[in-house]
Design a protein around this ligand. Structure first.
Ligand code: NAD
Length: 265
């Protein structure tokens, strides 16, 4: 059965879409005819190549804005850029995120501040800027990429777990405020997806725990995931398309998991 999500011509901002999950989600939206504004750090030539490839493969307009998610004025400018370029903003995906793994007593202050800024506060600034646009249109979709760590904790990830629990709470609060406006706000909570962020964590965990890299994957990373399988990008894309389409019209304030059973334990 082919599902038509009826998203053609809509406009989405996906933060942190130069890599990993954000890039996969932006491509999934573009594949449904959604014009996308990409964001994130990386090699300028690679970012431009990815932008051009998305346009060529899908026929949508893909633009790039290099807002730093630690800078409120740049986040506001990203939302204004999308709205100005297309005259509408239907979908906001707050996805940018970073990680640092260390015992709390050794956790560098600047890494704490950076993780809270990028993984939590940036969603506040982007959402705050998007809400008036979506309210005026009588419809909108905000999807926050949280994590299984938005629902349960692991050691050595205090800032990340705090930020992700925070964004789940932020999601619920916004959903209630916007419940009668046609704007839904939801969080998706992936387990482990094999992205550059996770590759870096494997190395960091090996150091923090003093064990070999191979053992980290089996005994630490996927130890929490009962199905012992990394989450596929397609599983997250499916959730996103459901949430942003009319199919997700009754779903707001939810924290939907794609974690192989992790948070059922
Ligand atoms: P990634 O490192 O592949 O991508 C992170 C993206 O965020 C990149 O595009 C990067 O340039 C961007 N970014 C980082 N700092 C930024 C800043 N200051 N301003 C703008 N952009 C910035 O990581 P990923 O695994 O794809 O993670 C994406 C999101 O998914 C994060 O919120 C992460 O916490 C979440 N998540 C990941 C996993 C996983 O297993 N990979 C699991 C659950 C949740």
């Amino acid at each position: 059965m082919a599902v038509d999500y009826h998203l053609e011509g809509q406009v989405a901002v996906v933060t942190g879409s130069s890599s990993g999950i954000g890039q996969a989600l932006a491509e999934a939206l573009a594949g449904q005819g959604v014009n996308v504004v990409l964001n994130g750090f990386g090699d300028a030539a690679q970012i431009e190549a990815d932008r051009a490839r998305i346009e060529a493969q899908t026929g949508v307009k893909a633009m790039y804005h290099g807002a730093d998610m630690t800078r409120p004025e740049q986040i506001r400018d990203l939302v204004a850029f999308a709205h100005g370029a297309f005259g509408r903003l239907d979908i906001l995906v707050n996805n940018a995120g970073v990680q640092h793994v260390a015992p709390v007593e050794d956790f560098p202050d600047e890494r704490w501040d950076q993780i809270i800024a990028i993984n939590l506060t940036s969603a506040f600034h982007a959402t705050k800027a998007a809400i008036p646009i979506m309210k005026a249109a009588g419809r909108g979709r905000i999807v926050n990429v949280a994590s299984a760590h938005g629902l349960v904790a692991s050691p050595f990830k205090s800032a990340y777990v705090a930020a992700k629990h925070g964004i789940v709470g932020f999601t619920k609060s916004c959903a209630l405020e916007l419940a009668r406006s046609g704007v839904t706000v939801n969080a998706i909570c992936p387990g482990y997806v094999k992205t550059p962020l996770v590759d870096a964590q494997i190395a960091d965990q090996a150091k923090a725990r003093g064990i070999a890299v191979e053992r980290v994957v089996e005994d630490v990373i996927l130890a929490a995931q009962p199905n012992k399988t990394f989450v596929a990008y397609e599983h997250l894309a499916g959730m996103l398309l459901y949430l942003v389409s009319d199919l997700g019209g009754s779903t707001t304030g939810a924290a939907l998991t794609a974690d192989g059973g992790w948070t059922a334990a």
